[in-house]
Design a protein around this ligand. Structure first.
Ligand SMILES: C=CC1=C(C)c2cc3[nH]c(cc4nc(cc5[nH]c(cc1n2)c(C)c5CCC(=O)O)C(CCC(=O)O)=C4C)c(C)c3C=C
Ligand SMILES: [Fe+2]
Ligand SMILES: [Fe+2]
Length: 391
């Protein structure tokens, strides 16, 4: 029997307050999170944004006990999945690969090689594919594989997304049904799916399938829930956690909550749909910020369905996914990261006159150069603006 390494991908989170700044710097250094036309500006901008954001982020992490529980929960999921697979006769060892904090992807790959694993199943702990999450981790793994012949030789089977897998859908519907059971009026409780957002351009310009997968997933969960409860409930899907000035997927969670309040909704059951573990966005953003907004909007009963964490049906669902991947063909990282349509992922370089893609790119580049020069002058205290007496 082959020794199988099950590589679980996740985002990672700061474990202590001092980690918040460096964690944010790693996150914003990733071109899959902020896409700049000029790669040389990625690191300076990551430094600037992480410095500006870290106060707000630190406050949020302080309010949930000083750090993210993501590593602890992901490692627990990994242990439970490993023992489930071993009980089912698979010689499996699970590994956790975080994208922006410890244990980093590189160290998980080092452990896989040291343990003499013979084949790898890559399982993102994101049910829905997004360029910014699974896509980014697949690319990171691709870079490591290209640089390392020993890793490249290992057969690899990647699971791209699993938003419609019965194990996951059943587990989600089961948790929601339990929460509905605690409601004052179970038949009319409003189910509110709050998914993590992404910038709208990811979907409309880069062809990110994330929104489609979220919508299909919410519909499947509602279908299964109706079977479990024996009645339909009203539902809403909205997107949370917007960062920065650009437009993200809509409706935004805060706006949808206010609208439901205006419509007279009294009892809300919030479902964190794109997350499979508790973390800052569930514990702080939903439980504290959105609860406050909902209460102000007149929603008197605000309940939140817990994240799946180590729910037994969910862990069995993950084990099924691994079995199915092992029985199927090799799926390499390129295949897993592929987008359905190639739109303007990296903007064109060729110059063309007029108000078009190319002029937008050059406007962007010139603005970035100007902005960096301004930043440099602010930091050093020397430059043309000082010479002119403007700074
Ligand atoms: C499906 C899940 C996620 C998507 C999609 C996603 C996209 C995305 N996120 C940011 C910016 C930030 N994300 C942060 C933390 C964070 N995000 C996710 C999940 C998704 N992100 C997780 C699991 C975590 C870690 C949470 C923890 O407990 O530590 C943060 C840091 C926290 C904060 O300051 O709010 C930022 C910033 C962008 C820009 C983006 C899409 C482009
Ligand atoms: Fe995020
Ligand atoms: Fe957030």
């Amino acid at each position: 029997m082959a020794r199988v390494g099950v590589l679980l991908l996740n985002l990672g989170g700061p474990e202590r307050i001092e980690d918040v700044g460096p964690f944010l710097y790693n996150l914003f250094s990733d071109p899959e999170i902020i896409r700049l036309p000029t790669p040389a500006l990625q690191k300076p901008l990551a430094w600037l944004i992480s410095t500006l954001r870290s106060g707000k982020s630190k406050e949020a992490y302080r309010s949930i006990g000083g750090g993210s529980p993501l590593r602890r929960i992901t490692e627990q999921q990994a242990r439970e999945l490993q023992s489930r697979l071993r009980q089912q006769g698979v010689d499996a060892t699970s590994y956790v690969a975080m994208r922006y904090w410890h244990p980093f992807t590189e160290s998980a790959v080092g452990d896989i090689k040291a343990d003499g694993v013979e084949e790898v199943v890559v399982l993102p702990l994101y049910p829905h594919f997004s360029i910014s999450t699974s896509g980014s981790s697949f690319r990171e793994l691709q870079r490591l594989r290209q640089a390392d012949p020993a890793f490249r030789r290992l057969p690899i089977r990647c699971i791209r997304s699993w938003y419609d897998h019965p194990g996951y859908i059943n587990a989600m519907a089961g948790l929601i049904a339990r929460e509905i059971g605690n409601c004052e009026a179970p038949d009319s409780a409003h189910i509110f799916f709050s998914a993590h957002g992404v910038p709208k351009s990811y979907v409309e310009e880069a062809g990110d399938p994330y929104q489609k997968e979220i919508e299909a997933c919410a519909a499947l969960v509602m279908e299964r829930l109706e079977q479990l409860l024996g009645h339909p409930n009203p539902s809403t899907l909205a997107y949370q956690s917007r960062v920065g000035p650009v437009e993200w997927l809509k409706p935004y969670t805060e706006d949808a909550l206010r609208e439901l309040g205006e419509q007279g909704v009294q009892e809300l059951v919030v479902v964190p749909i794109s997350f499979v573990s508790e973390h800052i966005e569930t514990l702080e953003e939903i439980d504290i910020e959105y609860r406050e907004i909902a209460t102000e909007a007149g929603i008197s009963h605000f309940r939140r369905v817990p994240a799946l964490d180590t729910d037994a049906t969910f862990i069995q669902g993950l084990a099924d996914l691994v079995h199915e991947a092992m029985a199927g063909p090799e799926v390499n990282l390129d295949m897993a990261a592929q987008l359905p349509k190639k739109v303007k992922l990296y903007p064109q370089d060729k110059w063309a006159w007029g108000w078009n893609n190319s002029s937008e790119v050059w406007n962007g580049r010139l603005a970035m150069v100007g902005f960096s020069a301004f930043l440099l002058e602010l930091l050093t205290g020397h430059g043309p603006l000082h010479a002119l007496g403007l700074l």
